[in-house]
Ligand binder design. Structure first.
Ligand SMILES: [Zn+2]
Length: 459
């Protein structure tokens, strides 16, 4: 018997892809436990489930929650940090100073907990219900994933989580010195987490091994990553070709896709963020291994890394999804719109990409990349009840004929009114039902202050 009915809504099921996905003009969705029990016409479902708790969603859009396939939630501690850009002369400076010295290497478990609670709440409030979280912070081991999981559990978001395995030594230059012992500490952190949240546990939190990059790891560590991922039946998340290809070729004598294929890392259970500096042959390797791409266009623009060849990868049949590093606001609408516009401008082709395709990157494609397409990514009877209700702010009517255009033109995260994850209402009237948002923000600001002071900022 259904326990919650959402009715009178424009229901977008996205049940195949965003173009052919069903739209029900006066639709309803019934939820039982943590699953979708029924979808159909409002009047029919209201008659079928009398007396059930009901949300009247008249004038609203009801759709599946968005899925972001690459996040680093603790990065919110670096939001608005007064960075001295005069110290950054190259990509290496960006990575070494901004990414590592000023953020990851001074991250603490208290900081991770506070930042993750803040980020997860913000993500939920703007419509993201699932993230693939790649935790970094070599000086906050062991236990950093425990701090992450605690925050995720408290906020109500769904997540796959892993810690970065890297041979990088904090404080040393990556091109001069690395250590396998550091990678082993990363493996241990991941393994502890996989044992605590075993694969197929049916809960909101599961594991996904984090392999930092090919250029920060040896062949042996890459092989070990695949062995451990297989042993615990988890996928792998990694960064591929974010940096110029030549650096990986100098280190390993081959490109990142080549060495990752040779060491057995690649496969359909791999989510690869960035994927920028790739040759046709590199793309062919990723495509034949059915690797999933977490396209992160906004961070790549910020870092001056270039624009990933997404149109070419789509032609090669690759599964494209949307990631965002949590580097900017956590509002999914910004990332959707940026991805929607970037390739048109970059390729001088307004046909790249239609909005339904970009939406798919954060819905069906993303669910498939995480191995969860049987559970999330669309509204379908039997799937997990991860649902958002939007109250569109639009100068024109939002109807089945205009609903998709809404997402490229006027959709904003603040239109999200209600968010349901695993059948539980976690955002109501735009606010968390799980945490005290003021307290969460204050705690995050305090941790940001502590982190900033370590970088020399006087505050
Ligand atoms: Zn990343």
């Amino acid at each position: 018997m259904a326990e919650l009915l959402i009715k009178n809504a424009l229901v977008l099921t996205f049940d195949e892809n965003a173009l052919t996905g069903g739209m029900i003009a006066d639709g309803a969705v019934a939820i039982e436990g943590n699953r979708i029990a029924d979808i159909g016409d409002s009047a029919e479902l209201a008659a079928k489930y009398p007396g059930v708790k009901t949300i009247d969603a008249a004038g609203r859009i009801v759709m599946p929650g968005f899925i972001v396939t690459h996040t680093h939630m603790p990065y919110v501690l670096g939001h608005n940090m007064p960075v001295d850009f005069s110290q950054l002369h190259s990509f290496w400076d960006m990575l070494q100073k901004m990414g590592w010295e000023w953020l990851e290497d001074i991250t603490t478990q208290e900081g991770v907990y506070a930042a993750t609670r803040y980020a997860a709440t913000k993500l939920l409030k703007s419509g993201t219900t699932t993230v693939c979280e790649f935790v970094e912070g070599p000086n906050a081991l062991p236990g950093i994933l425990g701090a992450t999981a605690k925050a995720i559990e408290e906020t109500g978001i769904r997540a796959q989580v892993g810690f970065e395995v890297t041979e990088r030594i904090p404080g040393a230059h990556i091109l001069e010195k690395t250590s396998v012992a550091y990678a082993d500490r990363g493996f241990e952190e991941n393994i502890r987490f996989f044992e605590q949240y075993p694969s197929g546990n049916g809960g909101r939190i599961t594991g996904r091994l984090g392999l930092h990059t090919a250029f920060t790891n040896s062949r042996e560590t890459m092989k070990k990553a695949r062995e451990i991922a297989d042993r615990y039946h988890v996928g792998i998340q990694t960064h591929i070709a974010e940096i110029p290809r030549v650096f990986v070729v100098e280190k390993h004598g081959m490109s990142a896709p080549q060495i990752l294929e040779e060491t057995g890392v690649l496969g359909p259970d791999v989510v690869a963020a960035h994927c920028i500096d790739l040759t046709d042959e590199d793309v062919a390797i990723l495509a034949r291994n059915r690797v999933n791409v977490a396209h992160t266009p906004m961070t790549n623009s910020f870092g001056g890394n270039g624009v990933a060849r997404i149109p070419y990868m789509v032609e090669q049949g690759m599964n494209i999804t949307l990631g965002h590093d949590c580097f900017f606001t956590l509002d999914i609408s910004e990332y959707l719109r940026y991805a929607f516009l970037l390739h048109k401008a970059h390729n001088a082709n307004a046909g790249l990409f239609p909005i339904f395709q970009v939406l798919d990157w954060a819905l069906g494609n993303a669910a498939r990349a995480l191995g969860m397409d049987g559970e999330i990514g669309s509204l379908k009877v039997g799937k997990k009840a991860d649902i958002i209700i939007l109250n569109p702010d639009s100068p024109s009517p939002i109807a089945p004929c205009s609903a998709l255009s809404y997402f490229d033109m006027t959709f904003q995260g603040r239109h999200v009114e209600t968010v349901i994850v695993d059948g539980e209402i976690v955002i109501q009237d735009g606010h968390s039902t799980k945490v005290n948002e003021d307290e969460v923000k204050k705690a995050c600001q305090e941790e940001a202050k502590i982190l900033w002071r370590k970088t020399g900022v006087q505050i």
